[in-house]
Design a protein around this ligand. Structure first.
Ligand SMILES: Cc1ncc(COP(=O)(O)O)c(C=O)c1O
Length: 363
């Protein structure tokens, strides 16, 4: 087997030992909470890793876009929830084609949007399973809980869809300044979506799925009464933001970027061959602080150009030209989407490649 030292840089490394541990521990958590795990596969966009999650016990996978679902269905994954407000007859026609080959449900947060799906499915004599998105405080998409009943009733009247659940996502947890704040957001996420589901059921609507979750909130959100499904994504790789939020330890991070120091122009500055086209420009959460940590050191990437990562060298540390370093990026999900292939490693050995088959699938 090839040693990591033989890889050309920059290269994205995924440590399979760590992935397997992360997959198993989140699955164990869901099992203990009595909820189904439906990992968000946007983190890896790789059917190969999706299959590992299913083999460990996941009920299916979550994705956002129809084109991602097409890639995953082609790869044999057949129970998918698109946790995104899918809108448009073009998308509906593609979903209709997929619905013959897989179990697909989608999100909606408006009657106007859902009607574009309903028309196509109704004309084909079919019904598309739909879950109503509830806003639990992120203020991105979703209806506020107090408007959920009115929207749900109108969705339930559309003939080409079958409203069967509610879902939410507490993305505000990524701004949580303390682990206590993240925990509170997780508990609220569970309580709000479960209470909303209960109110819809009390009004006679057939709400069976109550879905939530992100990597920071999963542990607490999934244990709230009434929750049926959890959708964390990032946990499979983790990243420097999860470490900074207190969600995991550095050794729980599976994805790193192998880079070469190409210049040391000053004692306090070293430059690696991984810039924004390798690492992305996503900021560190919950507070911006550079663009990644050099593993085993205190120095960080302070600045990025497209092909340069500028390390601010901490006092007492030094780098030399030609040296290889491993970088822990701020946000692993966007890193995998920047690369066609990731190197699967165990320790210092390369085991093979992970094809990021749904890379760039944004439609
Ligand atoms: C709707 C939805 N569900 C689940 C997730 C998974 O969250 P995370 O990657 O934080 O685990 C995301 C992440 O963006 C999301 O947008």
């Amino acid at each position: 087997m090839t040693p990591i030292a033989d890889l050309e840089t920059p290269a994205v490394l995924v440590d399979l030992d760590v992935v397997e541990r992360n997959v198993a521990s989140m699955q164990a958590r869901a099992r203990a909470a009595g909820v189904r795990l439906r990992p968000h596969a946007k983190t890896h966009k790789a059917p190969q890793i999706g299959r590992m999650q299913i083999a460990a016990g996941a009920a299916g996978l979550t994705l956002a876009k129809v084109s991602e679902a097409e890639v995953f269905v082609d790869a044999g994954l057949e129970d998918l929830f698109l946790a995104y407000p899918i809108v448009g007859a073009d998308k509906a026609r593609r979903l209709l084609a997929l619905a013959d080959r897989a179990r697909i449900a989608v999100g909606a947060d408006s009657v106007d949007g859902a009607k574009t799906l309903s028309d196509v499915f109704h004309a084909a004599g079919r019904r598309l399973p739909v879950r109503l998105k509830i806003d639990c405080g992120f203020r991105r998409v979703g209806v506020p809980p107090e408007r959920a009943l009115e929207t749900a009733r109108r969705l339930a009247d559309l003939p080409g869809i079958a409203l069967d659940g509610v879902f939410t996502f507490a993305g505000q947890a990524y701004g949580g300044e303390t682990p206590e704040e993240v925990a509170r957001i997780g508990r609220d996420e569970g309580r709000i979506v479960a209470e909303t589901a209960e109110a819809l059921r009390a009004a006679g609507l057939p709400i069976s799925e109550v879905s939530l979750g992100s990597t920071p909130t999963a542990a607490l959100a999934m244990t709230q009464p009434g929750v049926t499904e959890c959708r964390p994504g990032n946990y499979v790789f983790n990243d420097l933001s999860q470490v900074t939020l207190g969600v995991c330890r550095e050794e729980d991070c599976a994805l790193t970027v192998l880079a070469t120091v190409v210049s040391v122009p000053a004692p306090d500055r070293a430059v690696v061959d991984a810039g924004s086209k390798t690492l992305s420009t996503d900021p560190l959460r919950p507070r911006a602080n550079g663009h990644g940590l050099v593993v085993g050191r205190r120095s960080r990437i302070a600045r990025l150009s497209e092909e340069h990562g500028v390390i601010r060298v901490e006092p007492g540390e030094s780098f030399r030209v030609g040296e290889r370093v491993r970088l822990l990026p701020n946000h692993s999900c966007v890193v995998s989407n920047l690369h066609d292939r990731l190197s699967a490693v165990r320790g210092e050995r390369v085991e093979g490649e992970i094809v990021v088959a749904a890379r760039g699938c944004v439609q």
